[in-house]
Design a protein. Structure first.
Lengths: 227, 287
C-alpha cells in the first residue's frame, strides 16, 4: 500500500481543537485536493503530514510504515520523502541565504557531495525556470513568484514521493501559477508522486485534483457518529 | 565645473551618515590614543607634584591639574583606557553568561525554559547596582572584581534577547522547511539559528559597553571600584568633587566629558548597526 496517510489526527492549540480525528490518504500518482475554511486547520494538517508537527492523537503513516513523533524524532530519510511547498515563500526561506543556497540546502544537509549538489541545483533551477542571475540573489531582491519557484525547486531536491502544497499558488500571478502547476503535473507523471493541493479556491481544486476532500464535512461526520 | 560634479557625489553622505562618521572618528581617535598612550605619554600612576596643585587649564596642562598636582588630561586618557577595558571585558562576560542561559532556555524550552526565566526574573527584581556593590564589597578592590561585578549583574537582558530570538525562529516556516529537507539538530542550530542570533548578540554586547563603562565609573565614584591611585574616570570624578567647592572645576570636567563623548559615540554606532541588521533597511542599502 503506497500512500501517505493521516489516521484520526487530532491537534489542539491551547484547548482550541483545530483538527478533530481527521483521516486523509494520498495515494501514489494521485492528486488530492483539500479545502476548508480559513483557520480550519488545513495548514496544521499539512504540517502534521510533513512530519514537522506532532499530533495530540492519531498517526501518520507513509507507505504502510507508522511514524511515531515528529520533527527530529523522525529519521531524516523519512522526512525527505515528503516535499512541502508553503503558502508564503517569504516566510519559508531564510532571508540571509542566496536562492541557490536555499535550493541546495536539503542536499547539503543530507551530506551530498559538492559536485553532485551543484549539478542538481542547475537541473532544478532549469526545471522551475530560474535563470543563473536570479540564483545569486537573496530573497529580498526577487519577486514572490520567483521565490516560490525556488521553494518548489527545494521541495523537489530529494525527489520526494509525496508533495504537499499549502495554498502554494494563492499569492502568485496567473502565469506563475500555471507554470508551478505544470511543473508539479510533469513531476507527477514522471515519478508517480502523490500530491496534496490545499486551497480555498474550489474551481482550482476541481480542475486540478482527482478528488477533493472537505475538512469540514469530515469533522461533521464525526459529530454525527458521536451523537 | 563639470569635473567637480562626480566628485561631489562621492563625498555626499546619505542622511544620518554624518553622525555615524563623527561617532566612528571620535571612537577611532579615543582607541588610538588609548593604545599609544603608554608609548607617547608615559604616566607614573603614583607620582605627585605638590608645587603644582589645582592649576587651571593652560598649554602645559590642557585640563589643569588636580589637588595632588597631577595632569588631569593625561590621567583622563589613562582613565579611559581602564574604563574601556573594563567596559569591553565586562560586556563580553555578560554576553557569554546571557548567551548560554538564553541559548539553553530557547533551545530546550518547556520546564527548563520556565525555570531559567524565573531565575532571570528573580535576579532582575534586585537593583543591579546594589547587587554589583555587594559583589565588589566581597572581593578585593581590583580590575577583576569590578569586571566580575558588572558581568554577573548584566547578563539578564542578553539572556532574554537570545531566548526570545530562538523561540521565534524555532517556529518559523523556514526552519520547518529545513527540517523537512532532512537537516539534523546540529545543522539547524549552526546553519539556521546561530547566524540569526549572533549579530543581535554582538549588538547587545556593543550596547552594553557604554553601560558597563558607566557602572565602573559609578563603583569607583562610590569608592568601591579600583584602587584610588589608579587613574580611572570614576576615581577622577570622585577625587575632583572635593576640588569643585574650592573653584577647581576642571578636575571633574575632563573625565566627565571624556566618558560622555566616548559612550555616546559607541551607542551611536550600535544604533546605526541595529538599523543595518533590519532586513528591510539592509535591502535598501544593498540595492
Amino acid at each position: 500500500m503506497t500512500s501517505l496517510a493521516a489516521h484520526d489526527v487530532t491537534v489542539s492549540y491551547s484547548r482550541q481543537r483545530v483538527l478533530d480525528r481527521v483521516s486523509l490518504h494520498i495515494g501514489s500518482g494521485e492528486t488530492v485536493g483539500l479545502r476548508g475554511p480559513s483557520g480550519g486547520g488545513k495548514s496544521t494538517l499539512v504540517r502534521v503530514l510533513a512530519l514537522v508537527q506532532g499530533a495530540d492523537a492519531g498517526h501518520v503513516s507513509i507507505d504502510g510504515t507508522w511514524v511515531a513523533g515528529a520533527r527530529h524524532r523522525v529519521p531524516a530519510a523519512l522526512r525527505t520523502r515528503i516535499g512541502v511547498l508553503f503558502q508564503s515563500p517569504r516566510e519559508a526561506t531564510d532571508p540571509r541565504l542566496r536562492l541557490d543556497d536555499i535550493i541546495s540546502e536539503p542536499l547539503r544537509a543530507t551530506g551530498h557531495p559538492d559536485a553532485a549538489v551543484r549539478e542538481r541545483v542547475t537541473e532544478l533551477a532549469d526545471l522551475v525556470g530560474l535563470t543563473a542571475d536570479l540564483l545569486i540573489r537573496r530573497p529580498h531582491a526577487v519577486s514572490d513568484g520567483q521565490l516560490q519557484r525556488a521553494c518548489l525547486a527545494r521541495a523537489l531536491a530529494h525527489r520526494p514521493s509525496y508533495l504537499l502544497c499549502d495554498e502554494a499558488t494563492a499569492m502568485l500571478d496567473a502565469s506563475t501559477q500555471a507554470h508551478v502547476a505544470g511543473v508539479l503535473t510533469d513531476y507527477q507523471r514522471e515519478t508517480g508522486a502523490g500530491i496534496l493541493v490545499v486551497s480555498h479556491d474550489h474551481a482550482l481544486l476541481t480542475r486540478w485534483a482527482d478528488r477533493v476532500v472537505d475538512l469540514q464535512t469530515q469533522e461533521r461526520r464525526h459529530a454525527a457518529t458521536a451523537a | 565645473m563639470l569635473d567637480a560634479l562626480p566628485r561631489r557625489r562621492v563625498l555626499r553622505l546619505r542622511p544620518g551618515q554624518t553622525g555615524t562618521l563623527v561617532a566612528a572618528s571620535v571612537l577611532a581617535v579615543a582607541i588610538l590614543a588609548c593604545l599609544l598612550a603608554p608609548a607617547l605619554w608615559p604616566l607614573d600612576q603614583s607620582a605627585v607634584a605638590l608645587d603644582q596643585t589645582r592649576l587651571p587649564p593652560s598649554w602645559a596642562h590642557p585640563a589643569g591639574t588636580d589637588d595632588l598636582g597631577r595632569d588631569v588630561s593625561l590621567r583622563a586618557l589613562y582613565g579611559l583606557r581602564v574604563s574601556l577595558l573594563v567596559g569591553a571585558v565586562a560586556a563580553l562576560v555578560a554576553t557569554v553568561i546571557g548567551g548560554i542561559v538564553g541559548g539553553i532556555a530557547g533551545t530546550l524550552g518547556g520546564p527548563v525554559d520556565r525555570l531559567l526565566m524565573r531565575v532571570v526574573d528573580t535576579v532582575a527584581a534586585l537593583p543591579h547596582l546594589l547587587l554589583g556593590i555587594f559583589i565588589v564589597a566581597m572581593l578585593r578592590p581590583s580590575l577583576g572584581a569590578v569586571i566580575a561585578s558588572i558581568g554577573v549583574t548584566h547578563w539578564l537582558s542578553t539572556a532574554r534577547i537570545v531566548r526570545s530570538e530562538l523561540l521565534s525562529l524555532r517556529n518559523r516556516p523556514f526552519i520547518d522547511a529545513a527540517i523537512s529537507g532532512g537537516a539534523g539538530r546540529r545543522r539547524i542550530l549552526t546553519r539556521h539559528l546561530l547566524p540569526h542570533v549572533l549579530p543581535r548578540l554582538a549588538l547587545a554586547t556593543t550596547l552594553m559597553i557604554p553601560h558597563a563603562v558607566w557602572h565602573e565609573t559609578a563603583l569607583s565614584f562610590l569608592g568601591l571600584g579600583l584602587p584610588p591611585h589608579l587613574a580611572s574616570l570614576g576615581n577622577m570624578i570622585n577625587d575632583g568633587q572635593g576640588s569643585l567647592l574650592t573653584g577647581a572645576w576642571w578636575a571633574s570636567i575632563a573625565p566627565g566629558a571624556v566618558i560622555v563623548v566616548v559612550t555616546l559615540a559607541i551607542a551611536a554606532l550600535a544604533v546605526r548597526w541595529r538599523e543595518y541588521l533590519d532586513p528591510r533597511v539592509r535591502a535598501e542599502l544593498q540595492l
